[in-house]
Write a protein that binds this ligand. Structure first.
Ligand code: URA
Length: 496
């Protein structure tokens, strides 16, 4: 029996080095154990000897290192041996990662999902409190209790997001510290080491009260997304009860007053403006074996997978993936270009100004949007920060191509009778080739024996038209296209 000693609970590099050595020595997973820090190894376990000279490097599929990195973050005490077992099997079973029904792959997928969720919760629920430190000046400190060993995995997110701050995230097991330039990790801490109160907290409470949108209040969903476990560290939870109690009256007030942009938008913008759009990298090919354990079986599953999509660089500056919305058996899919500023914040397609034009045209044609599935060719908002604003930037061909995988999943799962492409980007994404609106507009094109395509303009084209007469003319033509959609698929009709 051999043992490898790792430095900390999610020591991926330590695990990788030990796993390579063990593999080179031919140590089977049953004969391998790992200990962390000063944990005592089993009575008969010997330290791993040095690997033989010129031992070959193991070969693994491209997706494995990322998977292993997540597996070693899981709370499962057996995680290191399990990851090693996968590596061991991969030496002879090259397609193992693609076998979704293999019990080890089922276990790996569950572990990976749990770690991703834990990391997501940390991103969402860490709350910094600011103190004035004699030595380093303003210092933001947060206390958080992750369930899995996700501090190292998640800290780079905070380093990117809060690059201009000096911050420390204390957890019972590990501490992450960002000095403004470099990320470092220290031993764990206790809750009383985090400051309890400060100006920032008062500011945050005001902010939370102002972003709390009573019209969208879903207490059940809120408690599911924000488990009570995290409430103790989140000052705004003290506000939830009174806000919920006042929600109905506040909702009425909101309807009565003119809609205004949610104030958290400006907070988001401030955060975003600190960042520049990352360089477009070569887009990796997405496939069930690469990054996703399997192609989704339902739209819900696709939405959950897409929420973590990082297949192109657009995911990072965007607030979230904006996946399609509508019934899973909708007879029609409307495809736009990409979410805009408001969609990016709301997480739903076509809810901003272009959505208003779209809704008005649907209503004028007698189409019920609720019967349709509405989505976009690209699922993340691409923008360029300009001052305090985020200016829409057109997605390029490679972004459209990479994101087409999601559109294909939506098409495969929904099986619509008709796809309506709103604008040239959508038409290109659906057809997989460049077409012009002029050549394709208002015709019913056969995509396959069951599905037709109707190409029309994008609603923002109408919004941008400077002169009123052109606006009216184009609105009528757009409404006529919506009426053609209804004529082709009468199930879209508004009731009554
Ligand atoms: N424009 C789009 O193409 N899609 C949206 O969801 C919003 C604006």
């Amino acid at each position: 029996m051999f043992n490898a000693r790792l430095a900390f609970p999610a020591d991926f590099e330590g695990w990788r080095a030990a796993a390579r050595t063990a593999l080179a020595l031919g140590v089977s997973p049953e004969d391998m154990s790992f200990t962390v820090g000063d944990e005592a190894p089993g009575l008969f376990a010997e330290p791993l000897p040095a690997p033989p000279e010129n031992a070959p490097q193991p070969t693994v599929p491209r997706a494995f290192p990322e998977l292993a990195r997540k597996l070693v973050c899981h709370a499962d005490a057996d995680r290191f041996v399990f990851a090693y077992q996968l590596l061991w099997r991969l030496q002879t079973e090259k397609t193992l990662l693609d076998i979704a029904s293999d019990p080890d792959m089922i276990r790996a997928a569950e572990m990976e999902k749990a770690v991703r969720r834990d990391s997501h919760k940390m991103k969402a629920f860490v709350r910094f409190r600011e103190i004035e430190d004699n030595e380093i000046g303003r210092h933001s400190i947060a206390w958080f209790e992750p369930f899995h060993h996700t501090v190292e995995l998640t800290a780079p997110f905070f380093a990117r997001r809060f690059a201009g701050m000096v911050w420390t995230i204390l957890t019972p097991e590990r501490t992450a510290h960002w000095n403004g330039e470099e990320l470092s990790f220290l031993p764990g801490a206790t809750r009383d080491m985090a400051p309890a109160d400060d100006d920032m907290e008062a500011l945050w409470l005001t902010y939370y009260a102002s972003i709390f949108n009573p019209a969208r209040l879903k207490v059940k969903a809120m408690t599911a997304e924000m488990p009570k476990k995290y409430w103790a560290n989140m000052p705004e939870t003290a506000l939830i009860k009174p806000l919920v109690a006042g929600a109905e009256a506040a909702s009425r007030r909101m309807i009565e007053t003119a809609p205004s942009l949610p104030s958290f938008r400006s907070e988001r913008l401030k955060e975003r403006n600190a960042m520049t759009l990352p360089r477009m990298e070569k887009t990796p090919e997405i496939s069930p074996g690469l990054g996703y354990n399997k192609a989704p079986d339902t739209i819900e599953e696709a939405r959950e997978q897409a929420a973590h999509c990082q297949a192109c660089a657009l995911w990072e500056p965007a607030t979230q993936t904006v996946f399609g919305k509508g019934p899973e058996d909708a007879p029609v899919i409307f495809v736009g270009e990409q979410p805009g500023d408001q969609e990016d914040i709301a997480g739903e397609p076509f809810v901003g100004p272009a959505g208003k034009v779209f809704d008005q045209a649907l209503a004028a044609a007698g189409v019920d949007r609720r019967q349709a599935y509405v989505t976009n060719a690209v699922k993340h908002f691409k923008f360029e920060p300009r001052g305090k604003r985020r200016i829409h930037a057109k997605p390029n061909m490679s972004e459209i191509k990479v994101c087409r995988w999601w559109l294909d999943q939506e098409r495969r799962l929904i099986k619509p009778k008709l796809i309506v492409a709103l604008g040239a980007t959508a038409a290109n994404a659906v057809l997989g080739k460049t077409v012009t609106i002029k050549a394709t507009r208002s015709k019913l094109i056969d995509l396959d024996p069951e599905t037709k395509l109707l190409v029309t303009v994008h609603p923002s084209y109408i919004l941008r038209l400077p002169d009123q007469a052109a606006k009216e003319r184009e609105t009528k033509a757009f409404e006529a296209d919506m009426a053609l959609a209804l004529e082709t698929v009468p199930e879209l009709a508004l009731a009554g």
